[in-house]
Design a protein around this ligand. Structure first.
Ligand code: ATP
Ligand code: MG
Length: 542
């Protein structure tokens, strides 16, 4: 990625360093401006590092130091990451949404020596930095007017010489989502980042003609790689929406492709989100009047590509989205540990309920249980984009690999007749053991979501003295359905109704035997439910 920025500025032609990399808050920032800011930042570090004023020594002067970056999605965030890399540091993106205790946990765990943030959060972050013993630096605002020549001169001044020596060095620590336990720090090198962005650029055909609408958090790989690093590698531009907003997204698509008018220059071409975003976008669409629906759907239709991932895309959501926008969502499978490894094709059939085939360069296989060989087993992955290690967890790192060097994902899956992978869920939380059967919670969730009353749903196996586990469905009801039933003063749904309805669709042993109706599901920043924790607390209540 650094090579891209370097090339953009040293190509000399102002056209490439002037190319817009980031749009945020109505402003545009070019590749040249970002690199110029990044260089300024990397010099800042060196001045204060270790309390002494050091001479700026160019690339590598902060080799290996962990540098925390906490800022809203912005040009400053990107400059912070690049600046860290220019000085040889390891970028650790942190979430603004973390409560202080969690921020401190991550900062202490990765032993952050410098914390970078922006003006708008400087007071809070200064205090937090002090508490964890880290230095604090402000990321100076990226100016949207620096000329390309300035950046290119700066580059030459500072002997920005990378020569490939650093490629195996750590570049990034991303914490896992913490869906199954405490988040683990995943260490990526420049090499693993490099191979991943190339893979994604090739698979999804990102080009300089693309403009990505970005509304994902930047402390997880979906927002970082799929929607930011890979597009930047391809010289696309990325537009940050300050936060996920259903009306904001629909509006931005409508603005891109006005009815009866030419598409705008900065028209959005690619969108990627987690399944719950699409659920919310569908709800938003349904609440519009007819005219607004027409202009929204026709605009959405004109994007080049829409993708989903981070958790299972329920079939009903996929089908509804297709009927509204004409887009068959491209679903793919990824993990912090290898970023993306399996994907439905850009061209070719995107099969609902599957995540597609291994990306170019990736080898995947299913490791079946010794005693039942029905094709179901743990998905194992070998990829040039595999992480180096879990930060400070050498034992866990070792245990995560098979003897022949495959990473064990902890997800169960199978391969269908066309070679497409089907994710059945986490070994530890989604695979329920009911009587003698092993059931996939994801499959049951996907079916229950087809019920008109069910807006959201989470299935898990609660401890049961007779069957080992009992299929338990937690549902959130559709607002309309709730209102209707309130008028009739009935519960919004009963177990008998739900299982009666589902009995033509699911084998008898897969039918829910317990039903809980909640106002919302406890989801983390990536829209996922920590089932292990939920199971523990529900089991304890019994
Ligand atoms: P932790 O490792 O801390 O428990 P996490 O596994 O949720 O958290 P991530 O690395 O962000 O952290 O998420 C990877 C997981 O997300 C995968 O192991 C898989 O379970 C799930 N996942 C990603 N994409 C899909 C998909 N398309 N369908 C189903 N599950 C998916
Ligand atoms: Mg995980």
């Amino acid at each position: 990625l650094m090579e891209v920025f370097k090339a953009a500025c040293s190509e000399g032609s102002s056209s490439s360093s002037d190319r817009i990399a980031i749009k945020a808050d109505g402003k545009s920032y070019s590749y040249g401006q970002l690199i110029s800011s990044a260089l300024t930042i990397s010099k800042l570090f060196c001045k204060d590092n270790g309390g002494e004023t050091k001479k700026y020594e160019g690339f590598g002067s902060l080799k290996g130091a962990r540098i925390g970056i906490v800022a809203k999605p912005s040009a400053e965030f990107v400059a912070g990451v690049l600046g860290t890399w220019f000085s040889g540091g390891v970028a650790v993106p942190l979430a603004l949404s973390y409560p202080e205790a969690e921020l401190l946990h991550v900062m202490n765990d990765s032993d952050i020596s410098l914390l970078l943030s922006t003006e708008d959060h400087s007071e809070t972050m200064k205090t937090i930095a002090a508490k964890s013993g880290a230095q604090f630096h402000l990321i100076p605002p990226v100016v949207d007017s620096t000329s390309a020549t300035v950046a290119s001169n700066q580059l030459q001044d500072n002997s920005f010489e990378t020569e490939g020596k650093f490629l195996d060095d750590p570049a990034l620590i991303v914490y896992t989502s913490g869906t199954t336990g405490k988040p683990k720090g995943v260490v990526h090198t420049h090499n693993s980042i490099n191979s991943q962005v190339k893979m994604l650029t090739e698979a999804w055909e990102y080009t300089s003609a693309d403009h990505i609408l970005h509304c994902l958090p930047l402390h997880h790989v979906h927002g970082l790689f799929n929607a930011l690093f890979a597009p930047l590698y391809a010289r696309s531009s990325v537009e940050f929406l300050p936060k996920f907003s259903v009306s904001g997204i629909w509006r931005r698509w409508r603005e891109s492709y006005p009815v009866n008018d030419e598409k705008t220059d900065d028209a959005i071409t690619v969108f990627t989100g987690v399944p719950t975003m699409y659920t919310r976008l569908i709800q938003g669409y349904e609440a519009m009047d007819k005219e607004m629906q027409d202009s929204s759907a026709s605009a959405a239709r004109k994007l080049r590509l829409m993708m989903s991932g981070s958790s299972a895309l329920p079939r009903p959501v996929m089908h509804q989205w297709e009927s509204i926008t004409g887009h068959r969502l491209l679903e793919r499978y990824g993990m912090t540990e290898f970023v993306m490894a399996i994907s439905n094709p850009l061209r070719g059939e995107r099969k609902a309920g599957t995540v597609g085939k291994p990306l170019p360069g990736v080898e995947a296989k299913i490791k079946e249980d010794e005693n039942d060989s029905n094709g179901v087993g743990e998905i194992c992955v070998k990829s040039p984009s595999l992480f180096k290690e879990y930060w400070n967890l050498p034992e866990v790192t070792k245990e995560s690999f098979t003897e022949d060097g495959y990473f064990k994902t902890g997800d169960a899956g199978r391969v269908d007749e066309d070679g497409y992978y089907v994710i059945l869920g986490r070994n530890s939380a989604d695979i329920m053991k009911v009587g003698g059967y092993k059931l996939s919670a994801l499959e049951i969730e996907s079916t229950l979501l087809e019920h008109p009353t069910v807006a959201e749903c989470c299935v898990l196996g609660l401890t049961d003295k007779d069957y080992g586990e009992a299929v338990t469905a937690i549902i959130v009801a559709e607002t309309e359905a709730k209102k209707r039933r309130e008028d009739e003063s009935k519960p919004v749904m009963t177990l008998e109704e739900l299982s009666g309805w589902a009995k033509d669709k699911l084998a008898p042993y897969k039918l829910p035997t317990r039903l809980l109706i909640w106002e919302s599901l406890p989801r983390n920043a990536m829209g996922k439910v920590n089932k292990k924790e939920l199971k523990k607390s529900l089991d304890n209540q019994e």
